[in-house]
Ligand binder design. Structure first.
Ligand code: ADP
Ligand code: MG
Length: 278
């Protein structure tokens, strides 16, 4: 689904590349989390997959960027938009402002695709229910909480059924309750196995629960790549400016204090921690 080969990208006038020789293959159906400190290149990677780099952010891009068989740098933004749906950190940026209700907002993209009316209704009802927005369908998008708005932004992308869904820190602007609501939807999305998802995220406790694969970015390079349990429990995380999950930290503290001596795998989720400390 995603094929990146030796991708290097400089923003205009930048002297340091935001992506530095990055190669990555993601098969269809995989839920892939991209973690990394601020400035690691997560957003730039998201923009590259969605064609914002180099079609909007010009700069200098070299290497191969292929998504769903589309050569992204060579294709038009319209052609890329059919393959990749991008959800931004701030849901407010995603709302068109041209529609009065949540339902109409979700219909916006579909109308341009020429989907028959019956099918459109069915798809919108499905996605409203999936994003837990059914009760809010007739509200104004602007009357929603941040978490509800972000679920609307995600629903507006998912209803188009793009082969690839990219989310750039979708909860970074939300309060804890809003974040939890959004993560519940992402977890359901991960469970469907239908969409291919790339999620840039800093909240590792959540990543640990539902990602199939975790990639660590550092200075525009991939420095770790593997199953969440391996990558998130690795001792290298801190050298890339990342905090291990609180569960891993608790286990390490127990080992350091001599309360545990064995070499059991360190927990990265609450469930694993419960087992670990039994
Ligand atoms: N619009 C821009 N112009 C110039 N440099 C940028 C721009 N956006 C990001 N950068 C730089 O690119 C690097 C990667 O940034 P970014 O992709 O935003 O990282 P992250 O999302 O992981 O925080 C950083 O060094 C950042 O300063
Ligand atoms: Mg970012």
């Amino acid at each position: 689904m995603i094929h990146l080969r030796d991708v290097t990208y400089f923003y205009p006038r930048a002297t340091v590349p935001a992506l530095a020789g990055l190669s990555l293959d993601v098969p269809a159906g995989q839920f892939c989390a991209v973690i990394g400190a601020n400035g690691a290149g997560k957003s730039t990677l998201c923009y590259t997959l969605a064609g914002f780099v180099p079609h909007f952010y010009r700069g200098k891009l070299t290497g191969q960027v292929e998504v769903a068989g589309v050569d992204v740098p060579a294709a038009s933004l319209a052609a890329i938009a059919g393959q990749v749906g991008l959800v931004f950190a701030n849901p407010f940026n995603q709302i068109t402002g041209a529609r009065f209700t949540v339902r109409e907002e979700i219909a916006f993209g579909l109308e341009n695709l020429g989907v028959p009316l019956d099918e459109m209704r069915a798809r919108i009802d499905d996605i409203l229910s999936f994003a837990k927005l059914t009760e809010l369908a007739e509200r104004s998008p602007f009357a929603l909480s941040g978490g509800q708005q972000q679920r609307l932004a995600i629903a507006s992308v998912l209803v188009m059924r793009p082969p690839l869904v990219v989310l750039d820190e979708p909860t970074s602007q939300l309060d804890p309750i809003g974040s939890k609501e959004v993560f519940a939807v992402l977890r359901d999305l991960a469970a469907t196995d239908e969409a291919t998802v790339v999620l840039a995220e800093q909240k590792l406790e959540w990543v640990a629960v539902f990602a199939d694969r975790v990639i660590v970015l550092h200075e525009g390079r991939i420095v770790a790549d593997g199953p969440p349990g391996d990558v998130l429990a690795s001792g290298d995380l801190t050298q890339y400016g990342l905090q291990p999950t609180r569960y891993t930290q608790a286990a390490r503290a127990a080992l350091a204090a001599g309360l545990r001596r064995d070499s059991a795998e360190l927990p990265v989720t609450l469930e694993e921690a419960v087992e670990y400390f039994k």
